[in-house]
Write a protein that binds this ligand. Structure first.
Ligand code: PLP
Length: 480
């Protein structure tokens, strides 16, 4: 039985009852969509929803009404277009407890950096133009003085990320030559950056020295041949070698390299500009200390502990930085004006070490006292408990945050948060609840641990956007 009667002959041919694309485009709803999105996209959307409707009818949908009439198709197209035009890169709330979360965009930028980016985004800028002389300039010059001032380097250059910095340094100094590295430092970062692979892509030959747990100065001395280009040290960012261990410190490695007339390069990974111990954080060797220990070139990330935009910095001896800059690969790996604007603003915040911890979000979040985070958890608990009434219990917990991005991997920062324990729904219920929070307009990303969805509140500085959307979690009945 069909609710809508069709002309004779079309009884067994429901496909014909789907309105034509022209009819849809000429309908009032269709015209409104064309006004909002343009004819091309709307036509594509109508084709797609008409095809869906035909499939539904062919699959035995009882009626064209509500499936294939003009109103239903216009509505379906409107949903489709709205979803398509929503940006795919959107903000989320990082309540994972990992402050520098690589999958969630790493370092949050300070307002000064955002202002600097928007100031140059819309129009022309002096990116590579020396305004004093009225001729071509060098984009690195926009930040080089600040990097040198904060690290003691003679010169510096900036590329897309630290992986690019390592690739470029090795390709510049060691193409078709050998680079000894300790077996204890052949790191893999995030699955795709592995020292042996970067080395071979850079055209250099890795010479593994020492053992996984112990590498001595003599291992490096014995590895040096006429084909050696540089000695390299890599920060073991995301693991620690503990127990019966030995590594060659920078100062000694640099001395061995210099005695042999070779450069010493250090991939510092996170690269801090200040001694974090003064802010109560675990100690991490700074870029300045590494250069002072004799390293000729140091590479580090802009968006790890430094707290800036994604980039990689090469700092050190002027003559070697100049060679790095002349490498044709530099052109392929350089950064754009937005990155340089943000980096310049972040570096200027470091000029005042007494206040940088307050002004730079990364350092502010990392040093946030547990008491403050717990107070926020207490404050949010009732609203969350009310929103999840009958579905999950909500309790304030103590937890530990991590710095993330391979900085100080074993250090835990005492933190606090909320544990959401589903009351029903079995073993997968915490994952389903987590999915629910990720579907919110401002997705909330927590972690599932021990049968609960845990929100570490260290990175939640403004609770308002979090609270404002709790009503959209739905009710117990609508929960999956
Ligand atoms: C993080 C890291 C890298 C890669 O840096 P990106 O900025 O993510 O490209 C390379 N080496 C070490 C030691 C690191 O910790």
């Amino acid at each position: 039985m069909r609710a809508v009667s069709a002309p004779p002959g079309e009884q067994r041919e429901p496909l014909a009852r789907v309105p034509s694309i022209d009819d849809l485009l000429r309908s009032p709803g269709g015209l409104a969509l064309v006004d909002a999105y343009g004819r091309t996209l709307v036509t594509d959307a109508f084709r797609a929803v008409a095809a869906d409707a035909r499939a539904k009818l062919a699959g035995g949908a009882a009626s064209a009404a509500g499936v294939a009439d003009v109103a239903a198709l216009v509505e379906a197209a409107a949903h489709r277009l709205a979803a398509m035009m929503t940006p795919s890169l959107i903000p989320v709330l990082n309540l994972t407890g990992t402050v520098l979360h690589t999958n969630l965009g790493r370092a949050p930028l300070p307002p000064e950096a955002i202002a600097a980016m928007s100031a140059v985004a819309a129009g022309a800028s002096n990116l590579e133009f020396d305004l004093a002389r009225g001729r071509r300039g060098e984009r690195d010059a926009l930040v080089e003085d600040w990097i040198c001032r904060l690290t003691g380097a003679e010169a510096a250059t900036v590329v897309n990320n630290n992986a690019a910095a390592v690739l470029l340094v090795l390709n510049t100094l060691a193409r078709r030559r050998e680079v000894p590295v300790s077996r204890g430092e052949l790191v893999e970062i995030g699955g795709s950056f592995r020292i042996p692979e970067v080395m071979s892509r850079a055209g250099a030959r890795l010479v593994e020295v020492g053992t996984t747990n112990r590498t001595h100065a003599r291992d490096f001395v014995e590895a040096i041949t006429p084909r050696t280009a540089a000695l390299m040290k890599v920060h073991t960012s995301n693991y620690v070698v503990s127990g019966f261990t030995a590594a060659v410190p920078e100062r000694e490695l640099a001395r061995i390299a210099h005695d042999a007339g070779l450069p010493c390069v250090v991939d510092l990974g996170s690269g801090t500009l200040l001694d974090l111990a003064r802010y109560g954080l675990p100690r991490e060797q700074t870029v300045a200390e590494t250069l002072a220990a004799g390293a000729d070139l140091v590479t580090f990330s802009g968006d790890k502990l430094l707290g800036g935009p994604q980039c990689g910095i090469v700092a050190g001896r002027a003559e070697m930085v100049a060679r790095v800059r002349r490498n044709p690969m530099k052109r392929a790996l350089r950064v754009d004006k937005l990155t340089l604007a943000a980096l310049g603003a972040v570096l200027r915040l470091y000029a005042d070490p007494a206040r940088v911890c307050e002004r730079l979000p990364t350092l502010r979040l990392l040093t946030r006292p547990q008491g403050d985070i717990r107070a926020l958890a207490e404050q949010l608990r009732p609203a969350l408990a009310a929103a999840l009434e009958g579905r999950a219990s909500v309790s304030v917990i103590e937890c530990s945050s991590q710095i993330g991005s391979g900085a100080l991997p074993v250090e835990q920062l005492p933190s606090a948060g909320l544990a959401l324990r589903p009351l029903t729904g079995g073993g997968r219920a915490p994952e389903r609840l987590a999915a629910r929070f990720r579907e919110l307009p401002l997705p909330v990303v927590g972690r599932v641990s021990d049968g609960a969805l845990v929100f570490d509140l260290r990175c939640l500085e403004d609770a308002q956007p979090f609270l404002a959307q709790l009503a959209q979690l739905g009710t117990a009945e609508s929960s999956p």
